[in-house]
Write a new protein. Structure first.
Length: 233
């Protein structure tokens, strides 16, 4: 006999999933930028899943290299231990090497880098040019509200938000706020972000797709998706 209704439903769902992914022949190279709490991490997951891109986070890469004790990692650690910024050439070297690995051959999504015009120039000199630069735009007052309301449960590591994702009453008393999640520190971080981001968007003029990030994540992704489709056309 034929397949059971459940089996054919599953097959249809799988077919749907496959068709929703972009064709692998379209090799996209994407940089994404967004302020702290802009929802960038969520969008990175959605983009990587739909387009089959390898998500490379500059921060994660740096931490992984330090942990692995690679030459670049040890070099970076010297600066980090002294509370200094890791110099450009160390990070650019890591990123160029990472984007050259086999899993990035089908396309990549670079997150958290470049953060200045010098860094953008260094990537360009290394022959790394994105097809698109996605900029997630959220008003500062919304970002501050998102950050200041964040609380972490030290026992589970789960993150709540006093307004948007309230914790259950039984854990409220043990929640902690990260020391840099105060309004003052958040505003200082945003100031640095805006200064640097202006330099980066100027460096990639003509390839920027700006998306309104003050909406539901599905709506934000729909705009990102449209921008990426247009870049591939």
């Amino acid at each position: 006999g034929g397949a059971s209704p459940a089996t054919s439903r599953r097959a249809r769902r799988a077919a749907c999933r496959v068709s929703r992914r972009a064709p692998p022949s379209a090799r996209l190279q994407v940089i994404i930028s967004g302020a702290p709490a802009s929802g960038k991490g969520t969008q990175c997951e959605l983009i990587a899943a739909k387009y089959g891109l390898t998500h490379v986070s500059a921060g994660d890469l740096l931490r992984a290299e330090v942990k692995a004790g690679s030459d670049a990692g040890n070099e970076a650690k010297k600066f980090m231990d002294n509370g200094q910024l890791v110099p450009n050439e160390v990070i650019v070297g890591m990123i160029v090497e990472r984007l050259g690995r086999a899993d990035c051959a089908e396309g990549w999504l670079l997150d958290g880098y470049p953060r200045s015009s010098d860094q953008a120039s260094a990537l360009r000199e290394a022959g790394i040019e994105p097809d698109v630069v996605l900029a997630i735009d959220v008003p500062d007052e919304i970002l501050v509200e998102r950050v200041v309301g964040r609380r972490t449960d030290p026992e589970t590591g789960k993150i709540y938000h006093l307004t948007f994702f309230p914790p259950p009453p039984e854990v409220v008393d043990r929640l902690v706020q990260r020391s840099d999640d105060t309004e003052e520190k958040c505003k200082a971080r945003l100031e640095v972000f805006h200064t640097n981001n202006k330099a980066v968007t100027d460096a990639y003029d003509g390839r920027i797709v700006t998306v309104d990030g003050d909406r539901q994540k599905e709506d934000v992704f729909a705009d990102i998706d449209a921008g990426l489709q247009a870049a591939m056309a």
